[in-house]
Design a binder for this molecule. Structure first.
Ligand SMILES: [Cu+2]
Length: 171
């Protein structure tokens, strides 16, 4: 009796590695798990989509962006990005390198223009939940490096007061 059970378990154990080696399955897994852009910290990866025609819709949930990575077509210099908060929590769409920071309550949406200053990747995140993996990036090709800051045309009316930054959203 005991010998029989051991025999069944051995047979099962032998089956498992064969299933893992099935060529189709492993190839799909590898493609899905490898993000096109390396971001620091946790990333809840919900996949990659093309910004066809320079436009893309990003759906926010608790706590990720879908798609998480957006491929910029060749020749596109600015993206029209519509962000929808489909979650139960308040989120932001934040592009730190371009001073974009929109707060979205559940059910809200917003459309913003993201500049494409050159080759590379542009990171975005939710300011509230970035550390929980709520971030992603626009990119031109696999392995693209993050463009840290555009610097180009940002208004230099910085003022030394501390009140101009985060308090002024008209929501
Ligand atoms: Cu969030």
């Amino acid at each position: 009796m005991r010998k029989f059970i051991l025999g069944v378990m051995a047979a099962l154990a032998a089956l498992v590695p064969m299933a893992l080696v099935a060529p189709g399955a492993s190839a799909t897994l590898a493609a899905k798990s490898k993000p096109p852009v390396k971001l620091s910290g946790k990333v809840n990866n919900k996949g990659t989509a093309d910004a066809t025609g320079g436009t893309i819709e990003l759906d926010q949930s608790d706590f990720s962006f879908s798609p998480t990575f957006v491929k910029i077509p060749a020749g596109v210099t600015s993206l029209t990005v519509t962000v929808k908060n489909m979650g139960q929590h308040q989120h932001t769409f934040t592009v730190a390198s371009q001073k974009i920071d929109k707060v979205l309550n559940p059910g809200e949406s917003v459309t913003v223009t993201v500049n494409v200053p050159g080759p590379g990747a542009i990171g975005f995140s939710c300011r509230f939940h970035k550390s929980q993996g709520m971030q992603g990036a626009f990119f031109d090709k696999n392995g693209a490096k993050l463009i840290s800051s555009t610097g180009a045309k940002s208004p230099t009316t910085s003022g030394s007061g501390s009140g101009s930054g985060s308090g002024g959203y008209g929501y």
